[in-house]
Design a protein around this ligand. Structure first.
Ligand SMILES: [Zn+2]
Length: 180
């Protein structure tokens, strides 16, 4: 009985101590929003909306978006362009100490490039069950056969990152239908 009373008392106190204010977005969410803004630029150019940002010591050193259609280049994924920018900014291909934020789970090419760049951490939004190489199809960035492993956080603003893609493909399907 005393135990129940104590438990009730503790639960009550815990509920009481929850602040009323809306929680502040985490740093990961703040950087992911910048990646989402980049994805929107891709969309304006007719490319699949995927955006990426790289930070080091709290500073943004690269911002990029998917440019595959715009450049007619199969390797012009947001992540690859961001890695090139970051290496140029640091004048060093070793991107240790850096974190990449990207709206969609990276593909095999980009996951491989993250390992080659020796990046510390990857934060991504939406899983990609069709081509994802971080957990959906493979886990290239944490493969024990390779000489570098990347810390991964997934699912940051996943709904917003996914909605961007869904809206894009819905619009494209409708445009195709209207053109038939
Ligand atoms: Zn890719």
């Amino acid at each position: 009985m005393l135990g129940v009373l104590l438990f009730n008392c503790l639960t009550f106190n815990m509920i009481e101590s929850v602040p009323n204010s809306i929680p502040k977005p985490s740093l990961d969410e703040q950087y992911m929003r910048i990646a989402i803004d980049q994805a929107r630029i891709a969309e304006e150019n007719g490319d699949v909306p995927i955006g990426a940002v790289i930070i080091r010591n709290g500073q943004i050193i690269a911002k990029a978006y998917n440019q595959r259609e715009q450049l007619q280049d199969p390797t012009a994924h947001a992540e690859i362009i961001a890695l090139t920018q970051a290496a140029a900014a640091l004048e060093n291909w070793h991107l240790n100490g850096c974190t990449m934020y990207v709206t969609l789970e990276p593909c095999c090419m980009c996951a491989g490039a993250l390992v080659l760049a020796r990046i510390d951490r990857l934060v991504y939004g939406r899983d990609d069950p069709k081509t994802g190489a971080i957990k959906s199809l493979y886990n290239i960035v944490q493969d024990k056969h390779l000489n570098h492993r990347v810390e991964v956080t997934s699912g940051v603003l996943a709904d917003e990152c996914g909605a961007l893609l869904q809206d894009f493909f819905t619009r494209r399907r409708n445009e195709n239908k209207n053109n038939q």
